[in-house]
Ligand binder design. Structure first.
Ligand code: SME
Length: 144
């Protein structure tokens, strides 16, 4: 898994050196991660006022807006830290965009001191994500 993440990191580094548009880069990062790991849903939400709005993603149709502090995404935004959820049914307030999602990781994206969005990944397997995923995904979104 570390090797896959290293390769993705290098590809994203190259990608952002050639293209500065954040939406275009988020679109390709979601595709790259989704294809490599075969997750259920991989995508971005961007901060828009008091809520997160759906951004580029790969996977099934998802909720378009998530208020500050709500769900795993809104909580990661509020706490300003990565949240790993081994079992979504155990996370109070989890927003089920898809009933097939069993575990999740949400990584905030910072611009300076401000959170400007989150990377959200869902898996159909329980406990699909750990601190290694958090470490690499934080490094990858820091390039955006
Ligand atoms: N489960 C997320 C909502 C987004 S979807 O998983 C794509 C949450 O609780 O914030």
């Amino acid at each position: 898994m570390e090797e896959k993440y290293k390769l993705i990191y290098q590809k994203v580094e190259a990608m952002v050196s050639e293209e500065s548009d954040p939406i275009a880069n988020m679109a390709n990062v979601s595709a790259l991660l989704h294809e490599t790991f075969g997750w259920w849903w991989t995508g971005f939400y961007r901060v828009d006022g008091e809520s997160l709005v759906l951004g580029p993603f790969q996977g099934p149709v998802a909720c378009t807006r998530i208020p500050y502090g709500r769900g795993v995404c809104g909580t990661a935004w509020k706490l300003r830290e990565t949240i790993v959820v081994p079992d979504v049914e155990q996370f109070p307030g989890h927003i089920a965009c898809s009933s097939l999602s069993r575990s999740e990781i949400v990584v905030p994206i910072f611009k300076g001191d401000a959170v400007v969005g989150v990377l959200d990944i869902d898996s159909k397997e329980l406990s699909a994500f750990d601190r290694t995923d958090a470490f690499w995904l934080e490094k990858i979104v820091a390039l955006l």
